[in-house]
Design a protein around this ligand. Structure first.
Ligand code: NFS
Length: 621
């Protein structure tokens, strides 16, 4: 961005204030890119280059293979920590709600509460919902600090998978314990064996997928409602010139849930009219957007890469951020306009933003203050430039809705999906998930890949910014079935679903684990997740969280393809373990491709191999 004009029409901004420009001016360090730069102590940082004798090991003697494995493992630990700390926050709110200590919050999906309690072995008969919720919340919260045994949701996995994890010694004992042990083992002079490091990384990642992330998803569903398919709008054009625009951005939907309610309060709407607006328009960015979209139909303004652009419209009165994927540049961009940037988590303050700390006892008051401040900001708006156009999407395919949607009301269960896979109308299922990355042709890689997959009869499940990207390309509407191959199209048209199902935010990748397990339990497609024709792909990943997600899928038996670059590429030995050897252990493996067409080929080959191993007929052409 060369210049931006503020509401007084004069102040210019420093060159290079947008993410795409910053990416251009800073090419990645080639050693760090391949994962062999180590800064675990201060004898370095060491930049190890395999094959160059004088640089073959670090000062302590660590090999490139062990450095690459350690860096990869630390990404898994950080990603797991992020998802799990989100899960912890939700668990604490869940308990406070059950105790009646969180004004504004209620337990919305009580059927799911009781079902989940039964899954956890908690008695429900003759007990009040709040009492059941207390037991559920306490049990799941204990999974974070537990030191021995196994975390609760491990027992939801297929029996074969649980046995395999037991044999490999990678069943997570406690969520925090695995993250701490991963950090310990990758500090200077501890674990140097790449395989040993990467198996602990698998245990840590499982503590994310079957732990922290799953806790976040399940408790959010009970608190805020289990998503059901709904139609809404996506892209920057959802911002309204005539209304007060408030953007929610980040990952934890706890405060945004109340903002949705407060923005509908009569006094707030009256105040907005008094200030010259016709209403209050809430919109979302990143995963918080996916959360409030799925449960309330709140429109999505954009992906991770559009957060600065949303401010550039000049039409945003306030952006409310919580944690993760929030660019530190936001206050700088906002300064050129009238926009307030409110940080709300004590874990995430940004210099230049105003901090209004969230606390579940006082959340309702904070939500009211934010909405009021945004409304009062409306008259200060200057020139507005909202890109024209937004498109429709259908979102909200939780595991529960897939359960009945695919069969229609009278054939409840995964049977119809399994049958469609068995008879080849659906070749298999691929989760296309994750971020957008300015290092690639952002957005295009996702959409080209998804188009190719559906054309070849692959049912695509999507979450996170991947889902938003596919939505912007109009692939999340039932009409997109016209672009699908004959078999998938038939299934989609019979049921009235899009060929790409929006399953939520990134913590909701845990829904994909449950769906994969349900496919196994339904029968006919093997006895373990690793036998199901299913795969994962993060074509434009950038976050450590994506590495954690990828690794829990690999540890759960699913092949995962990454785009952009592979974070251990600097070490052929470590990369070989992740790409080949690990498959003999977990049944899953990592793969890398840069171009969407090549990604599609690899994914399809993998689905076809699984079909063949199951003795299924070839899929429809
Ligand atoms: Ni997932 Fe969500 Fe987006 Fe990537 Fe960030 S918002 S948690 S990490 S960038 S998909």
């Amino acid at each position: 961005m060369e210049q931006a004009v503020n509401r007084e029409g004069g102040v210019s901004m420093r060159t290079g204030t947008l993410v795409t420009e910053r990416a251009k001016s800073q090419p990645p360090c080639p050693i760090g890119l391949g994962g062999t730069c180590c800064r675990a102590c201060f004898m370095g940082p060491c930049r190890v280059v395999e094959g160059r004798e004088e640089r073959a090991v670090g000062v302590c003697g660590a090999s490139g293979a062990s450095i690459a494995a350690k860096n990869f493992a630390r990404m898994v630990a950080a990603g797991t920590a992020a998802h799990s700390d989100h899960g912890r926050e939700v668990a604490l709110l869940f308990l406070a709600t059950a105790r009646g200590e969180a004004p504004g919050y209620t337990l919305k999906d009580r059927t799911k509460l009781r079902n989940l309690a039964r899954t956890l072995g908690i008695a429900v008969d003759g007990r009040e919902d709040e009492e059941v919720a207390l037991a559920v919340g306490e049990k799941l919260l204990a999974d974070f600090g537990q030191q021995e045994g196994e975390i609760s949701f491990i027992r939801r996995a297929p029996a074969r998978r649980q046995e395999l994890w037991g044999r490999l010694g990678i069943v997570p004992r406690g969520i925090d314990r695995e993250v701490v042990e991963m950090l310990h083992r990758t500090s200077v002079g501890v674990d140097q064996d790449p395989e040993n490091i990467l198996l602990q990384a698998a245990r840590t990642a499982l503590a994310d997928g079957w732990g922290g992330s799953m806790i976040a998803t399940e408790l959010q569903d009970i608190l805020f409602g289990t998503p059901e398919p709904l139609r809404a709008k996506v892209d920057l054009g959802v911002l309204r010139e005539d209304q007060v625009n408030i953007i929610v951005h980040g990952h934890e939907p706890v405060l945004p849930e109340l903002l949705v309610k407060v923005a509908e309060e009569r006094e707030m709407l009256a105040l907005a009219r008094e200030k010259g607006a016709t209403g209050i328009n809430l919109a979302g960015i990143c995963c918080t957007a996916n959360e409030v979209l799925m449960r309330h139909g709140i429109p999505i303004a954009g992906t991770f890469l559009q957060q600065e652009l949303a401010l550039m419209t000049g039409a945003v009165e306030a952006m409310v951020v919580d944690v993760q994927c929030v660019m530190p540049s936001l206050p700088t961009v906002a300064r050129c306009f009238h926009t307030h940037i409110f940080t709300t988590s004590d874990k995430a303050k940004i210099p230049g933003a105003e901090h209004l700390p969230y606390d579940h006892h006082t959340a309702l008051e904070i939500a009211r203050e934010i909405v009021r401040r945004a409304i009062e900001n409306f008259p200060r708006r200057g020139a507005v430039n909202i890109p024209q156009g937004s498109v429709d999407l259908v979102a909200g395919f939780s595991h529960e809705t897939v359960n009945y949607m695919l069969g229609g009301r009278y054939r409840f269960g995964y049977r119809p999906l399994n049958d469609a896979i068995i008879d080849g109308r659906i070749r298999g299922v691929v989760g296309v998930v994750g971020c957008n990355n300015p290092r690639v042709d952002a957005g295009q890689v996702h959409t080209a890949l998804v188009r190719e997959l559906i054309l070849r009869n692959v049912l695509v499940l999507s979450t996170g910014c991947g889902a938003i990207t596919a939505a912007k390309a109009e692939l999340l509407v039932p009409e997109a079935a016209e672009q699908a191959g004959g078999g998938l199209r038939e299934v989609c048209e019979a049921v009235g679903i899009p060929p790409v199902l929006h399953m939520g935010s990134c913590v909701d990748n845990s829904r994909l684990l449950i769906a994969a397990t349900a496919i196994v339990h339904e029968g006919g497609l093997g006895e373990d997740i690793s036998q199901v024709p299913a795969a994962g792909c993060a074509p434009e990943w950038m976050s450590e969280k994506a590495v954690a997600i990828g690794h829990y899928f690999v540890a759960s038996g699913v092949p995962v393809v990454f785009g952009v670059n592979f974070p251990t590429a600097g070490s052929p030995e470590t990369t070989k373990f992740l790409f080949d050897d690990i498959e003999r252990l977990t049944g899953g493996r990592w793969l890398f491709e840069r171009e969407p067409q090549a990604m599609a080929e690899v994914l399809i080959r993998s689905l076809d191999q699984k079909r063949k191993a199951l003795g299924l007929a070839p899929a429809y052409k």
